[in-house]
Design a protein around this ligand. Structure first.
Ligand SMILES: [Fe+2]
Length: 254
């Protein structure tokens, strides 16, 4: 079906059509993502035209962008009021495990995903945070499933780390641009490894700038094996997967 030598782009395979974006920085003016309302609306229109059905807005909450859940909710309400398209939108957050995470966590000041069951987390790309595994355990004990954003982009992580994280019930979210080499060769290699091994549970655009994202969509870098694995992930990551996990959460915790 997929000739060996041919390479495909995400656009060419219609990856966005019928997809849910589980990670993007489209909420305007709150982090290093989209800067203003006009650009947010342009990105949402683009998604709509490409056939995306649902979007999770996941602004950073971290020492560098100390957004409060209250202010993010306010920004979200403004965006919702200005948007009259057909996309289903949700507000969540991408939570950096950094020096202030524990405080936010113990204050229960979180914007979760799914049915309040999942927490999208990230770490520095270069160094593991102190007590990474303890923090993830704490999140699990709190009744939440940690979803690790773009595991392929952490330079300090290797196959052993990925296996350990999966064993403890951490879910993985692929940043689809990683496959195109947008974040370097190492991230692309790791992304393929994890994708082919069926280690991802979700995916996301991690869109910060529409122009960059469109460029990545046009990159003809996907092999037939990548395409098949991506289609499989797309099915797996359907919103019902939140419910599937719900059951295993109940089984694992408590
Ligand atoms: Fe992100």
């Amino acid at each position: 079906m997929w000739p060996f030598s041919h390479h495909y782009s995400l656009d060419e395979i219609g990856f966005l059509n019928g997809s849910v974006d589980y990670h993007c920085h489209i909420l305007p003016g709150v982090d290093d993502g989209v800067r203003n309302l006009e650009k947010s609306l342009a990105a949402l229109s683009y998604f709509e035209e490409a056939g995306v059905t649902e979007v999770w807005l996941t602004p950073h909450i971290m020492d560098d962008f100390p957004n409060s859940t209250h202010s993010l909710r306010q920004g979200y309400n403004k965006l919702r009021a200005a948007y009259n398209g057909s996309l289903i939108m949700h507000l969540a957050s991408e939570n950096m495990i950094d020096s202030t995470f524990e405080q936010r966590f113990s204050d229960d000041d979180l914007l979760t995903m799914g049915d309040g069951t999942h927490l999208l987390v990230e770490t520095s790309y270069f160094n593991p945070p102190m007590h990474l595994y303890d923090t993830l355990d704490q999140i699990r004990s709190h009744g939440l499933f940690p979803v690790l954003a773009h595991p392929e982009r952490y330079f300090y992580m290797n196959v052993k780390d990925y296996d350990r994280l999966k064993d403890m019930g951490v879910q993985f979210q692929l940043s689809i641009m990683s496959l195109t080499g947008m974040y370097g060769e190492e991230a692309a290699v790791k992304a393929r490894h994890l994708l082919w091994e069926d280690k991802y549970d979700f995916y996301g655009s991690d869109l910060h700038r529409l122009s960059l994202f469109r460029k990545a969509l046009d990159a003809k870098v996907l092999t037939g094996k990548d395409v098949n694995a991506l289609q499989k992930l797309k099915l797996k990551a359907h919103v019902e997967s939140f419910e599937t996990v719900h059951e295993s959460l109940a089984w694992n915790v408590g």
